[in-house]
Design a protein around this ligand. Structure first.
Ligand code: PMP
Length: 460
């Protein structure tokens, strides 16, 4: 959607209040500026609402599931109600037997799922995945993993998966793992179609919604995926919790992820001296140890805040910001935006690019030091994807003090800008202006490498 079309759309939301919006950071060139957090894809700022909810609960904080006291019971209710809120947010419950398991993060959720796969499961995963969804499967020696080549259109993704599934039939249990929105390009993957292909061949599918859930409603029943994994800290709820939601059967048939209290229902000594354990058959089976009640509550609060703000308005506003950034970058011929599916692909507010003649670390350091803008540079834990997009081979990261790539040469890493529900217009406007100025005039400061990071050289 063009900027003007979105501006005319009255359903566009105002930015949601987030923490850190008034934080001033020093500029190397002198003075201070309010920090432009444009690294939402790594960790989004906390929603003010989430922070306030957590602060209001904090005095009542108590042990969960174990205490007889009033605050323990209140905390237990809060924890279980949070589970119910998140289940509703994800559309669980419309399908029989879905469960919400609290984890530490998306990485933890996908490792949990890898740990509970039935024996000899066949896994299908695109090489373009984030390492969190690419790597857990081979941890199990009995799991056969098929890595699928990067598709160049959403339809090619579906065709590639269809073909791979069909070629390997017959197989026993099978799982497809796919990301909803790329943490590199922001592009949306055809989740519903991939789910249909998986199911048509008797496979199940897990959706890595780490980058999708903060930007779009994720309805597990409507997308017809078997599991969804996401992280609180990308969903404006940075208190160390994540979620794996979906079908209970594989989870309940497997040994607990962690053995310990909370997961066990009954433990007794056997006459032969050993120990017998009856494990829970609820989500608690994989939540051994004292649960992160604040993390769970923060996620539930974020789900509620996003739902109340209305995804339609949030999406419309984000599309406006995306259009501004893309239109601004398109005016700079030296900027090459990375894309798998092309300009017309639907996307979220995550965009990676390289600048001809610039080392990406140097560019990102200058955005920070000279403009107070926080972006990310690197390969974004998706090395195969970024290398495919850059057309580069694996190599050690280079120094950043001087641009290591001559004009016309390929960069070895990329710069990522990402934003969301709390981003004001000024942040993306400043970003576009900064890119234009840096490309036209160069950095105003010298930079050097310190502990592997590019930093302004203040030694002179
Ligand atoms: N999947 C995707 C698509 C991601 O972007 C990320 C985080 N960058 C992860 C998984 C892992 O999330 P976490 O670090 O919270 O476990």
């Amino acid at each position: 959607m063009s900027v003007s079309a979105v501006a005319a759309d009255r359903s566009v939301c105002a930015p949601l209040p987030v923490l850190g919006r008034d934080v001033l950071v020093p500029l190397v060139t002198g003075g201070e500026v309010d920090y432009a957090a444009l690294d939402y894809a790594a960790s989004a700022p906390a929603l003010q609402r989430v922070w306030d909810d957590v602060a209001a609960y904090a005095p009542y904080y108590g042990s969960v599931h174990r205490g007889a006291g009033y605050l323990s019971q209140l905390s237990t209710d809060l924890f279980e109600n949070s589970r119910a809120t998140i289940a509703k947010f994800l559309g669980c419950g419309r399908r029989e037997g879905d469960q919400v398991v609290f984890t530490r993060s998306t990485t933890d959720s996908l490792n949990l799922l890898a740990a509970v796969l039935p024996q000899n499961t066949r896994v299908f995963v695109f090489e373009t995945e984030h390492h969190a969804s690419l790597l857990p499967w081979e941890q199990r020696p009995d799991t056969a993993v098929t890595y699928l080549n990067a598709p160049r259109t959403p339809q090619q993704a579906v065709d590639t998966l269809e073909k791979a599934l069909a070629e390997r039939e017959p197989y026993g249990p099978a799982l497809v793992c796919v990301t909803g929105a790329s943490n590199v390009t922001g592009e949306l993957w055809p989740v519903r179609e991939l789910a249909a292909a998986a199911h048509a061949h008797g496979a199940r599918i897990v959706l890595d919604a780490a980058q999708l859930a903060p930007h779009h409603p994720v309805d597990i029943a409507e997308l017809d995926v078997d599991w969804v994994a996401f992280s609180g800290h990308k969903l404006y709820a940075p208190f160390g919790a994540g979620v794996l939601a979906g079908r209970a059967d594989w989870l309940q048939a497997a040994e607990p992820y962690l053995a310990g209290g909370g997961a066990s229902r009954k433990v007794s000594r056997r006459t032969d001296g050993g120990v017998d354990v009856e494990w829970h058959t609820t989500a608690a089976r994989h939540e051994a140890g004292s649960p992160n009640v604040i993390g769970a509550y923060a996620i539930a609060s974020a789900c509620q805040a996003l739902t109340e703000a209305g995804f339609d308005g949030l999406v419309a506003r984000e599309q406006e910001l995306i259009a501004r950034v893309r239109e601004g970058l398109a005016e700079v011929p030296e900027v090459n935006v990375l894309s798998l599916f092309g300009d017309d692909a639907p996307r979220v507010g995550v965009l990676s690019f390289v600048v001809e003649g610039w080392n990406s670390s140097h560019f990102a350091a200058a955005l920070s030091a000279e403009y107070g803008i926080g972006v990310r540079d690197g390969l974004f834990c998706a090395h195969p994807l970024v290398r495919t997009l850059l057309g580069s081979e694996p190599q050690e990261p280079g120094e950043c003090g001087a641009p290591e790539t001559a004009p016309g040469e390929r960069s070895l890493n990329a710069i990522r800008v990402s934003f969301g529900a709390g981003t004001p217009d000024e942040h993306v406007e400043r970003f576009v202006r900064a890119v234009k100025e840096l490309v036209a005039d160069g950095a105003r400061w010298n930079y050097r490498t310190e502990d592997g990071r590019c930093v302004p050289d203040t030694s002179a």
